[in-house]
Design a protein around this ligand. Sequence first.
Ligand code: ATP
Length: 301
Amino acid sequence: MTNSTLSVQSLTKRFKGNIAVDRVSFELKPGERVALLGHNGAGKTTLFKMVLGFLRRDSGDVSVLGCAPGSNPARQGTAYLPESVAFSSALTGEEVIRFYARLKGEPSARSLELLEQVGLADASKRRVGTYSKGMRQRLGLAQALIGNPKLVLLDEPTTGLDPISRQNVYQLIGEIAQKGATVLLSSHALTELEARTDRILILSKGQLVADDELGKLRAQAGLPIRLKVWTKPGAAQEVAAQLGAGRMNGRSVELDCGTDDKVRKLSAISALGNLVEDVDVHPPSLDDVYRHFSNTVQKEA
Ligand code: ATP
């Protein structure tokens, strides 16, 4: 037995002969914050539905907290926030939470604290019909977290939220994970995930094409690091010549290097003395890494 919160082994699902999830395997441990990335139709929601026990798999295995998906212990330990949440607009935020707390057999007082955690304490007595999209999304998150779930599945939790609300959602995700829950969230908003997740899974056409920490995926992809050298006025040409090529752009010179020759290149730049005013180091972004792995799907019958 492993201590995985979620174990997925060679999971496969077809719809009328079209493969939606193709032999996907991974394991998630307690306290991990994991992002599931993929293009539209990559299979993210289908994967979530099989983990939740809403959809039957064609082959492979899923184990949620050591139990079958959809079984009572699996359901009790799992929270799910769907991509779009709908609540009765006539109920107040507090009434919504009380209702779901009763459904889940959880004490209301503890559950109502969640409204504070998602920043809705002041609006708790207002009808949901008066809430903005972001407020409804945060209410959905509070509802999903009732009862301290061990596995939290969030389908695009930050879609339609403003930057501050997004930060609040990630802060809450960090707090949940710190208490030992595993968070698996799907997203299209790549850049905001960079510093906020421990691990990235990338699905492409139903296949899992990447599964690692971002730093390691960067190294695996072997994408270049871009160095932007800011030069003294009029010195760009000389700097470009001394560094051997590179692209010139007004007062800056850009060059690419690998992880292994980054330090050597930086020493060469620093040896140019006062011809250089500053250097920016740009490692490949998550967008670059995502694009790289999305193009590596292997076709197999
Ligand atoms: P998005 O980012 O757009 O939400 P996704 O990664 O969640 O996409 P899925 O919704 O899992 O993708 O869809 C994966 C594939 O399975 C798609 O080709 C989709 O058309 C197909 N599919 C999903 N559900 C069904 C269904 N009930 N019947 C037939 N095909 C389906």
